[in-house]
Write a protein that binds this ligand. Structure first.
Ligand code: ZN
Length: 157
């Protein structure tokens, strides 16, 4: 049985630094096995019931993947879609498409710029503190659509 699960989370890196949290905002709702949250979290929350608080460690490979050295590339400054100043640590979208990857400026060497297109959390083992707020069986329609419906999910006619 696949469920629709609603949860709050706090995400930390291995040093314990806060990366993200839903505290103070809306909880997250997802359909199990639909790829709506990272795989490792989806898998490890399967046996967790509503009301439970758990700590879930997700290795990088099951979160945002390992770092890929091929995603670090040297580009001519003049070819970048950025006006004005550019400095190490800047992030910008590498293209007009809104799905274009966000790249990080790693180094600037003369008219060449070293860009890293890895996800900022690639190679990072993640620790989630999760509180499952609600869990219910998914409806046949939700399973067909591949997402949750209802007030906490996606609304459509
Ligand atoms: Zn739907």
């Amino acid at each position: 049985m696949r469920r629709v699960v609603t949860f709050h989370y706090t995400l930390r890196d291995p040093a314990g630094q806060l990366l993200d949290t839903s505290a103070g905002g809306a909880p997250v709702t997802y359909l199990e096995g639909a790829g709506q949250i990272i795989d490792g979290l989806d898998e490890q929350l399967r046996p967790v019931s509503a009301g439970a608080k758990v700590r879930v460690l997700v290795p990088a490979a099951k979160a945002y993947g390992e770092r890929d050295p091929a995603q670090v590339q040297r580009i001519e400054r003049a070819r970048l879609p950025v006006d004005g100043g550019l400095k190490v640590g800047d992030r910008f979208q590498a293209g007009d498409d809104r799905h274009a990857p966000v790249v990080l400026v790693v180094a600037i060497e003369g008219d060449q710029v070293l860009l890293d297109a890895n996800h900022p959390l690639a190679g990072v083992d993640l620790t989630f503190e999760v509180e499952v707020v609600a869990a219910r069986p998914a409806s046949a329609e939700e399973l067909r659509h591949g997402h949750a419906h209802g007030p906490e999910g996606i609304g459509h006619d």
